[in-house]
Design a protein around this ligand. Structure first.
Ligand code: GTP
Ligand code: MG
Length: 202
């Protein structure tokens, strides 16, 4: 399946002001610069629906994009970005945590990690936090164009090993490249399958 229509709805820092519609929602979260906004553009076939930048800290608010009039993709600010002041960082973290705690429309989070790196503490800790809050998530490995297939396999396996120390199962995962448009179909099909399940349960 492909996305036919994607529109920007709103940006804000308050969960209470997010769209009221009861549509299934999927949020992209991860370290600054990992490629959250770029992946949203890749999935929706748009160059600059979500704002991207080579400098970390580009996305600063909760951004809602309505897809095919039936579900939302949400672009969030990155965590672990050191260059913003401590106060700004705290405010970010507060509203991101609040978003995950209070947004009842959220069906699944996608935690994006750069496929080139070893498992990072902050990502593993964030996944742990999601688990403790019963928030389902999948992992998206980004920037696959930067590594050869064997190296990708090795790094995914390293991730599995670390997570399986604390989790019974490895969550669903996707290997993607916004640059080469890798992983698009798999990701959209996964979301569409969940959308169908949500509909059936209503
Ligand atoms: P923040 O909004 O700052 O948290 O960052 P983000 O996670 O939204 O990252 P963004 O999409 O803005 O991309 C950061 C940088 O990584 C940009 O320079 C992108 O061009 C680059 N980038 C994103 N995805 C890919 C990819 O799949 N491959 C390559 N090679 N570069 C990518
Ligand atoms: Mg961004």
């Amino acid at each position: 399946m492909a996305i036919k229509k994607a529109e920007f709805v709103m940006s804000n820092s308050q969960v209470s002001k997010c769209p009221k519609e009861n549509l299934p929602e999927y949020a992209f979260i991860g370290r600054s610069n990992v490629g959250k906004s770029s992946l949203i553009n890749m999935l929706t076939n748009q160059k600059s629906l979500a704002k991207t930048s080579g400098r970390p800290g580009k996305t600063q608010l909760i951004n809602h994009f309505k897809i095919d009039n039936s579900w939302f993709l949400v672009d969030l600010p990155g965590y672990g970005y050191a260059r913003v002041s401590k106060t700004t960082k705290r405010v970010f973290q507060q509203f991101i945590t609040k978003y995950f705690e209070e947004r009842t429309q959220l069906v699944s989070a996608f935690v994006l990690v750069d496929v080139r790196h070893e498992p990072q503490k902050i990502d593993v800790a964030f996944m742990q936090w999601l688990g403790e809050h019963n928030i389902p998530f999948a992992i998206i490995f980004t920037k696959a164009d930067k590594l050869k297939p064997l190296a990708i396999e090795r790094n995914v396996a390293a991730y599995q090993q670390v997570l399986l120390e604390t989790w019974e199962e490895f969550p669903p995962y996707f290997v993607t490249s916004a640059e080469n448009r890798v992983g698009k179909e798999e990701l959209i099909n996964y979301i569409e399958t969940i959308n169908e399940q949500v509909k059936d349960n209503k």
